[in-house]
Design a protein around this ligand. Sequence first.
Ligand SMILES: CC(=O)SCCNC(=O)CCNC(=O)[C@H](O)C(C)(C)COP(=O)(O)OP(=O)(O)OC[C@H]1O[C@@H](n2cnc3c(N)ncnc32)[C@H](O)[C@@H]1OP(=O)(O)O
Length: 435
Amino acid sequence: MTLDSPLPAGYRFRRLTADDDRAVIDLDSWAFPVPVEPDEIAKMPSPLSWDRAVGVEADGGSPGGSPLVAMHASYPFTHFPVPGGTLPTAGLTWVGVHPQHRRRGLASAMLDLHLARCRERGEPLSALYAAEYAIYGRFGYGRAADDVRVTLPRGAALRDVPGASEHTVRIEHADREHHGDLVAAVHRAAGRDAAGLGVNRPGWASPETPELQAHRWHDAAAFRQGFETRRIVVVERAGEPRGYALLRRKLDWDVTGPRGTVNVGEAVALDAAAARALWGVLVDLDLMSETRPFVLAPDDPLLGLLVDRRSADLRVADNVWVRLVDVPTALAGRQYAADVDVTLAVTDTRLGENDGVWRLRASAFGEATCDRSDVAAADADLALDVRALGAAYLGGTSLSELGGAGMVTERAPGALARASTAFGWPVAPVCSWVF
Ligand SMILES: CC(=O)SCCNC(=O)CCNC(=O)[C@H](O)C(C)(C)COP(=O)(O)OP(=O)(O)OC[C@H]1O[C@@H](n2cnc3c(N)ncnc32)[C@H](O)[C@@H]1OP(=O)(O)O
């Protein structure tokens, strides 16, 4: 795997291994300051896939410290959900540069190396969560999904759903041994057939590696911020799990009485009745005054269940960002919501292989092909940067919205409306956990 990519003078790439764990934690705590000592973090299982972690060393290093001054890594998603299918995808993560070495081009060099390695591994997509919004557009990533954050008042009124009362509820300490398989199975089922529509939910990635799973189930006291250990609510119908939520509570008091908070890490239900049963529990826990789900899809059933949506103080956040590393493979590797036959003049200043005109042909919810076209760029139906293609790829941002912001240019009248419909998807993309 290549490490042969240009860096500013005085720096070199080096593969990282498990022996670098402590130096990686020290560097990471420079990039992401947290109120937890590196010694404590070192006791946690590392989520990294070391064969995909690359460091940057500086000549001379830092005085009294490690020569490691920057790093990046990626998680392998062999089955990252895209509209109507899955594709191998690199989940870029742990991008960090020591503050003393920032703005010298280290992140740019790491991103170029990352994209080259994705191509070598045959991963047509890369996805990430962005620490800051303005960083990743220049590297060809587009904001591909949004999620919503809400704060639910205690006892928030929920619409009735027939069948909800037929569920039983278990509230237990959450641990991997007892709940790992259940959580994985319900999460997978919810992504495969979102809300029983017979179509999948793009972006709904699973933590695939043993390292990531161990890290996600590890419940480090140092990161709980006064909240209790992790708990789980499981709703079942006829003995079969139909939904779950991972949560923690924290009890506070003021003169008017208890004002506890419920933080919900992940809440997943397989149908409307299970969602109603689950949320009925989550908004009515004794001594709590509000419930805060972490990440919800913009079309999560909870939003439709709320009788008064305004009471939920809804805010929108960017969720996963997507980068098409191999444009034809990525475009042919998803399904489309309508028949489409369109030529796209794609600009990609970092990966020249993607640059040029591509002809995409697909039948609604069926096969798709994408081939290089000999149409001149000026005559293609639509012109767009690879970043806009990434934003539209999971069906969460419409090409017409991007066109309205000047990020897609229509050359053939009607092409933007048709392509926009085809690139859409009946289920909003979202990833339910941050990687
Ligand atoms: C997927 C993830 O892992 S997200 C985590 C990202 N990491 C962090 O936020 C941790 C704290 N920050 C850092 O470690 C670093 O500042 C990084 C990684 C964000 C940037 O690293 P640097 O080596 O300073 O970036 P580099 O010098 O290559 O800058 C490249 C370009 O991005 C711009 N840029 C860098 N960081 C930012 C930012 N936070 N916001 C906006 N623009 C930025 C630079 O100005 C530069 O622009 P230019 O090409 O027009 O001159």
